[in-house]
Design a protein around this ligand. Sequence first.
Ligand code: NG1
Ligand code: ZN
Length: 515
Amino acid sequence: MTQFEKVFRNSALHPKPVGLVLQYGTAGFRTNAKELDHIMFRMGLLAVLRSKKTKATIGVMVTASHNPEEDNGVKLVDPMGEMVTPSWEEYSMQLANAEQDVLLTALKDVIEKEAISMDQDANIFIGKDTRYRAYFHYFNTQGCYGSPTMEGYYRKLSQAFVQLTKHAPNRTDDQKHLLVDGANGVGALRLRDMERFLQNQLQISLFNDCREGKLNFQCGADYVKVQQKPPQGVEMSVGERCCSFDGDADRIVYYYKDSDGCFHLQDGDKIATLIGTFLKDMLTQAGLDLQVAVVQTAYANGSSTRYLEDVLKVTVCCTKTGVKHLHHAAQEFDIGVYFEANGHGTVLFSNAAVHKIEKLAQDSSIKNEKKRTAAQLLHSTINVINQAVGDAISDMLLVEGVLAVQGLSVQQWDAIYSDLPNRQRKIKVADRRVITTTDAERRVVTPPGLQEAVDMLVKKYPQSRAFVRPSGTEDIIRVYAEADTQENTDALAQEVCLAVYRLAGGVGEEPKPLH
Ligand code: NG1
Ligand code: ZN
């Protein structure tokens, strides 16, 4: 039996429902797990081809991130941990949506177009979240994240974190203590394993540590960010520093409760600002001339953008939603800090920047103590960061390290700037593709009249901003609004929802005010 005959026979065991068409969205294929059997089979085929083509290990990540337990998803990961290139996203769509009888033709088409040698070996690493109670991390980075095992990874990050805290000798127990909401996902399991490498420099109280069937349920980074309230299942006292991961542990947000019981959120924007400020400080002290940029999306709070541009005076860019866009933009700078407001993100250092920092950190002829320390801190910072992909645990250690070195409490960090009140809403429409956007998704192109309507509404409220875009991961339209007060923000969000409902083919009942 030839390879192709085998593929054909096996594909019949994972048949594609006739007529079902799925899109490779921001986060790969993602929908109810019941619809994904043929997709998993076919993405396996494509991963093999991609591996043969690149002559390297390819990752297949099976997860639906922050979505509910019954959903699942799959995406391919290129050799250095980055998203698969766009032309291969096209191929995955062709393969995924080919009816049974033309699957082999679609497969052969990719082989031919990419001139793939079928004799080449293939190597695939599969990662899964706790939806299937299994998880593997994939490494293809020649040791730059420690030896290619989970333990090697823990060791490398922990050592870098401990190095950072050496420059913050007088931390109290309170400062070392952190509450972590694991979203009942994979991050909770991994954090448990990692704790022993942290040498008591971080004392973690772990909540929502993997109750079956409760993944992202009333907990996790998405819940906390969107609901703007603490997760269920976390016992937080006044002023205690807390953070939430999402189910697949690539998002993180921080928060605390003040003495009036008010909830304060430090989201991806605040994390990016904290890190940006720290890096700029250290570069100045080290006398290094490297450009720091912060990459955001339209969801970044207006106050954060203003602070970064006007006070910190770093370059700020805005890209479309989805880490692949941010990652790309961040690669253009010496140091690119990128975070989505929802807590996805990391920091990228160019090779030249790494080289300069390493050289300075190892230069024993430097007499200036402050300069030497700054260079060493920058060096440890690079080591605590996972540059391939945002990892909630690595981001957590980075934030903890920066707070320690800067001697900042969670309240002081929060006070760097005040968020504008904001609201996110979802609207169901018959076909979300009727809304198309431009300018990093900040303006609507179609349907006609919708952007004009949004512009008119925005004019009614001080310091306000609103935009509308189709989600890439759910079958809905997202609405975002911010303004001077929560009341105005909610009123604006409501009016924009109505405009979307009326002009873009809303289904079901008209959107109602939240309160
Ligand atoms: P969509 O559904 O396209 O808005 C959501 C998040 C993205 C990103 C992806 C992937 C928001 C508003 N959107 O995308 O930032 O995280 O999921 O998980 O949070
Ligand atoms: Zn996620």
